[in-house]
Ligand binder design. Structure first.
Ligand code: ATP
Ligand code: MG
Length: 507
């Protein structure tokens, strides 16, 4: 290693940030080296995204300095960051959906901020070159709209390469990806590191951090608690540093009396999406729906709830045939559905947290059409306490909360709604390890009160810990039904792997 390489790419000193007088980052010192993949870990609201946004010029620090290769820099906005070679890949990629992939790639790169001067043929050729470098096959002439999240991320990474970024920040990039896509992403991240680039990787999944990262920095309540080589820390060390208290044991199951069938689905089919889905969920029962991302589980849930109804098949609620053509029909029958894409579904970003939390219970908040603010506030405050939602005030616009805390608030909304049948789609995605326990408790409690729960999850430990029965889907079909007693990781996994890949492995 030459001497120059020992100079950190970025030196952050005493970085602090306040929003409306509330300090959310305090005196953070951090050196990021060339050619390292550096993880940021911490509970929801610890300050990871805020720190990332300061590096990327989205936020200005209220105090502190940054140096790039030893030279002081002021990253006053994202364009400056881009010129300095710093790219932030947001969880929901920001793109221009109607422009082509190639156009999206060169946007923001030309000096005048527009791309009209870039000749088309050259642009397409270049875009192809970056895709080849990444080893991904995306038609660069097609529009962005309709690309999978994984491919959209690849375009963002290609854009980082095109602008020759030295620091690439990935904020929870893996949440919506299949295991294969995660592997592709990791392969690319390693290659970029080996070229001497620096990568910041933010994730709540410790096993991913172990597989990918060289060093980790742990944040807690806006303080940097530790930076170390990943190999020096056990999982228990990391969790202790992250949450500063012992982790609550959640692997015990509430006992609930299993009652009559609440939800019954037969022969549900939407050609090209899912076929002949049949199962039932009883009152008091938690039924898991496992499988890989893309197996069709969300589509089934959306069909049951009337978001995108099936073409054939029947749904019965409490033994009666149900005609569910739109979500209102489902809600009227006592169903609730917490969708996986909580960032787009049902968040009212500019409204206060308390209104977001109580949005599904107008009957309690405004029984005579007049809003009872005190009830609204106290229900919201209870939920905030129970789910440890980190915020300054329940009057804050929900858009100001950290990603994970927004999710908790939306979950709280549906838990308060008192449904008799609750469908949860990946409820703990993006939620930190410290609060999962409380959340599992709440689900258990809801079942014990006699509610029927369908839990869609890609996290096998979660299914195994909570469910009375586990169904598995692959490629739009049910491939297994396992009782709590017989279920284990291998059985779920082998039923979740698509047939095409199984053949491949057997050959
Ligand atoms: N624009 C803003 N206005 C007010 N407060 C904000 C704003 N952005 C972030 N915060 C607050 O700063 C704190 C840190 O948020 P941040 O998004 O950095 O957390 P995080 O570690 O990324 O959490 P998560 O794991 O949930 O994504 C939170 O309490 C959040 O509410
Ligand atoms: Mg975040």
């Amino acid at each position: 290693m030459s001497e120059a390489d020992a100079t950190p790419l970025i030196s952050a000193r005493d970085i602090s940030k306040s929003f409306a007088g509330v300090e959310v980052l305090r005196g953070v010192d951090l050196d990021l080296m060339k050619g390292e993949i550096h993880a940021l870990l911490g509970e929801n609201g610890a300050g990871k995204s805020t720190f990332a946004k300061i590096l990327a010029g989205v936020h200005l620090p209220t105090r502190g300095t940054l140096a790039l290769n030893g030279q002081p820099v002021e990253v006053t906005n994202p364009v400056v960051a881009q010129k300095l070679g710093i790219t932030l890949i947001h969880q929901e990629p920001i793109s221009f959906p109607d422009l082509s992939v190639a156009e999206n790639l060169v946007l923001g790169r030309s000096e005048d901020g527009w791309f009209s001067k870039v000749p088309w043929a050259e642009m397409t050729r270049e875009a192809h070159r970056y895709m080849d470098l990444l080893g991904v096959h995306i038609d660069v002439t097609r529009p962005m709209r309709g690309l999978s999240i994984a491919d959209q991320q690849m375009v963002e990474i290609a854009r980082a390469l095109a602008s020759d970024s030295r620091l690439i920040i990935m904020d929870e990039p893996t949440a919506p990806l299949t295991p294969r896509e995660v592997e592709t992403l990791f392969g690319i991240a390693r290659r970029l590191r080996d070229e001497g680039r620096t990568i910041i990787f933010i994730s709540h999944r410790l096993e991913e951090v172990r597989a990918l990262c060289d060093r980790v920095t742990i944040f807690r309540d806006g303080d940097k608690i530790a930076t170390d080589t990943i190999g020096n820390l056990s999982d228990a060390d990391i969790i202790r540093l992250m949450i500063g208290r012992p982790l609550k044991e959640y692997m015990h199951k509430h006992s609930a009396t299993i009652g009559d069938v609440a939800l019954e689905v037969q022969g549900l089919t939407l050609p090209g999406v899912f076929y002949d889905i049949g199962f039932s969920v009883r009152h008091g029962e938690i039924v898991g729906l496992g499988g890989l991302v893309g197996a069709g589980r969300t589509d089934v849930a959306r069909a049951i709830f009337g978001v995108a109804p099936a073409e054939s098949g029947t749904v019965k609620v409490n033994g009666k045939a149900a005609e569910i053509e739109k979500p209102e029909d489902a809600i009227a029958l006592g169903l609730a559905f917490v969708p996986e894409d909580r960032a787009v579904a049902g968040i009212f970003r500019t409204l206060p947290v308390e209104q977001n939390i109580t949005a599904a219970i107008p009957g309690k908040i405004a029984p005579a059409g007049i809003i009872r603010r005190a009830v609204e506030k106290s229900l919201a405050q209870d939920a905030v306490k129970k789910l440890r939602i980190r915020l300054a005030s329940v009057k804050q616009p929900i858009g100001e909360l950290s990603g994970g805390n927004q999710q908790k608030a939306i979950l709280a909304r549906w838990l308060l709604a008192d449904p008799s049948i609750l469908i949860l789609d990946e409820p703990t995605r993006g939620i930190d390890i410290g609060v999962k326990a409380e959340f599992y408790d709440m689900i258990g409690e809801l079942a014990a009160q006699g509610r029927a729960i369908l839990l869609i999850s890609s996290e096998m430990p979660e299914l195994l810990a909570l469910c009375d029965r586990i169904l598995v889907m692959a490629e739009g079909r049910l491939t297994a039904e396992l009782s709590r007693a017989e279920a284990n990781q291998e059985k779920i996994m082998s039923a979740a792997v698509p047939r095409s890949q199984r053949v491949e492995e057997a050959a």
